[in-house]
Design a protein around this ligand. Structure first.
Ligand SMILES: NC(=O)c1ccc[n+]([C@@H]2O[C@H](COP(=O)([O-])OP(=O)(O)OC[C@H]3O[C@@H](n4cnc5c(N)ncnc54)[C@H](O)[C@@H]3O)[C@@H](O)[C@H]2O)c1
Length: 335
């Protein structure tokens, strides 16, 4: 991905928490490619075999996301203050805080709040100490089922994950009120898809999951009524654009990062069937989830106004750019 900002990140110290994950590793490679003299530091606990009650891994970081990365890597847990202290050897100009329990279906409120919220204070404190710009990952899950298009100020989280991100946004606001000279930006990502997400396994986007189903000659499986289940799918390159442009924001705050249009799960399946030249038919099964978001769409007017965010990838364009990776990871080992 080419340079998208006039800011010069060369010689800057850049911390990326969660850098072994999907979005964090894409950010790391964006800086490495475009600013070879940037000092990039990744802090991530990677993955162990440990799982939550839902059977999913406790963290999805994977070394394979970082093959070719030449910066510093610290394997550490954001729940462990001693490990966070390892970062005190640096003075960061920019902090991109992506590390979190990213699995929206972890319902243990204590562990979600501890991991996503308690650790946030450490990175705010680091930003204050180092006078850094802090960009952190919030989420569309803060909106729950609030009416579409979702706008800042109309949140109604419906799971512990969404609430944890909502809490981070409140904490960031209080912090910004007390530290008006620091730039602190929360980016509410909608449904992000693209290269780097394979290692999120069952929590990866439906785009790669349906793509792999089709490549294995299985009918793409969708919930009944999927033509009316709408999401704002946003391609990873647009998400990177938002992170970079946020560094030049005119003000601190929270901004939506979607494509700005809602598309159905049927749309994904149909685009993939066409792109993968498949005659398979969509197969439907009952939706087992209650409290399922039916319609998400980001109102991106404030993001356009304050951070000059201009998403470039329609669902069609994003999927076309994604096909090589979908093929490459088909049948790849996750270990
Ligand atoms: N991908 C999306 O669609 C999406 C949507 C909304 C918000 N987000 C947010 O964006 C951020 C990045 O998401 P992602 O899709 O790249 O997910 P991801 O799971 O691939 O990345 C998260 C990274 O954080 C690391 N991590 C988790 N717990 C940790 C801990 N206790 N200590 C240290 N590292 C830890 C993981 O190992 C992983 O590398 C997350 O904060 C997520 O909540 C993502």
């Amino acid at each position: 991905m080419r340079k998208i900002s006039n800011l010069n990140f060369n010689k800057k110290n850049i911390l990326i928490t969660g850098g072994a994950g999907f979005i964090g590793s894409n950010l790391a490679f964006y800086f490495q490619k475009n600013y070879p003299d940037a000092n990039i530091v990744i802090f991530d606990c990677f993955r162990s075999g440990d799982t939550f009650d839902n059977g999913n891994l406790k963290s999805f970081g994977h070394y394979k996301n970082l093959i070719g990365f030449t910066g510093d890597i610290i394997c550490g847990n954001i729940n462990n203050p001693d490990e966070i202290r390892l970062l005190n050897d640096y003075k960061f100009d920019y902090i991109f805080h992506q590390a979190a329990i990213s699995d929206t279906r972890v319902y243990n409120q204590e562990i979600v709040m501890q991991t996503n919220v308690n650790s946030f204070y450490s990175f705010l404190e680091m930003a204050r100490k180092d006078n850094s710009v802090l960009i952190y990952a919030s989420s569309a899950a803060t909106y729950g089922s609030s009416p579409s298009p979702q706008r800042i100020g109309f949140e109604d989280p419906e799971n512990p994950y969404g609430y944890s991100k909502y809490s981070m946004d409140q904490i960031a606001k209080n912090f910004s009120d007390q530290n008006p000279d620091l730039l602190v930006i929360g980016l509410r990502f909608f449904n992000v898809y693209g290269p780097g997400e394979f290692y999120k396994m069952k929590t990866s986007s439906m785009i790669i999951q349906l793509g792999h189903q089709i490549l294995s000659s299985k009918n793409p499986r969708l919930f009944e009524g999927s033509s009316k289940i709408l999401r704002d799918f946003v391609f990873i390159e647009d998400v990177i654009q938002a992170n970079i442009k946020a560094c030049q924001s005119q003000r601190s705050g929270v901004f939506n990062v979607g494509y700005g249009k809602a598309r159905s799960f049927n749309d994904i399946a149909n685009i993939l069937l066409e792109e993968l030249h498949s005659n398979l038919e969509i197969e439907y099964f009952p939706n087992p989830y209650s409290g399922y978001q039916m319609d998400t769409c980001a109102d991106i007017s404030l993001s356009k106004k304050y951070i000059d965010y201009e998403p470039k990838f329609s669902l069609e364009d994003g999927i076309k750019s994604y096909l090589t990776y979908i093929h490459k990871t088909f049948k790849a080992a996750v270990d």
